[in-house]
Write a protein that binds this ligand. Sequence first.
Ligand SMILES: [Mg+2]
Length: 334
Amino acid sequence: MKVSALGEFGLVERIGKLIDKSRDTSESWQKLILGVGDDTAAWQGDDSIQLAKVDALVEGIHFRHGMMSWEDLGWKALAINLSDIAAMGGIPKYALVSLAVPPDIEVDDVLALYKGMLKLAQRFGLAIIGGDTDSAPRISVTVTVLGSMGKSKDLLTRNTAKPGDLIAVTGYLGSAATGYEIIHGKTKNGKNHTAAKKAFLRPEPRLTEGQLLLKYGIKTAIDVSDGLLSDLRHICKASRVSARLEAVKIPIAPEVAAAFGKKALLTALSGGEDYELLFTGKAEAIEKAARKAACSITVIGEIIAGKDGVISVVDEAGKPLKLSEKGWEHFVSK
Ligand SMILES: [Mg+2]
């Protein structure tokens, strides 16, 4: 079977099962808290819970050469990893960078990539401590981030959502996908929307918010990388529950809504790459976090008992909307 037939999520599941079979009684396995299948891996360290995550940006898959600056590319390669640490409520500590570029790339461009990465790293007190450089026919930037849960004995996971939990999200959804369309000339609308372009080029990892959610008793979170529907499905499958989203409550940036009208909702549901935090919990915990957070936090639906991973989106009258859109999945063309 070709990987294109199985798809990214199917492939990850198969790899996860294979690795799981190798589980033994060694200390490494015994101290493991989360392996394949959450935003980061987590294990019990000597003093605190440790986190690790690796993610790559590959030319032709995640970005097109010349469509984003080298600084933006560096920023984003680190940001997508930090976003996963944020989805655990964790604190990033160190990063290793594996870079592959064609030999005719300018040295200054490679240095600009690192400058973009360092700008973001410095903001969160993260140290870049090494990596690997290779020659390759296409540019690829692979970043590994190590983090910890600090003093917290708990962490945010995907498998803890319960029927009755409210579903909430930080910031706005659909901005990054809109920015992608503007940058790649796929739409004539909203050419001057710097906020949408920035959302795609320089996503802001919600690290402070992730830690805040954990502090106020939220247990379940994921970052929105594949798209709202797709990422909520990850939570629902891991937690063995269903979900109902209210279309009118989904937060869309005003300039995106103004330029894209009805399409803005579809973009918000399945666009992906927003790197906001999607989480579930009790109303009062969400309200407390919302009062303290620097960004907006919006309740968009509810977790309900039902078949694993089934999500309905309802309109103002409670009537389900028909949806054919899927979230972003590698190997499978949309
Ligand atoms: Mg994630």
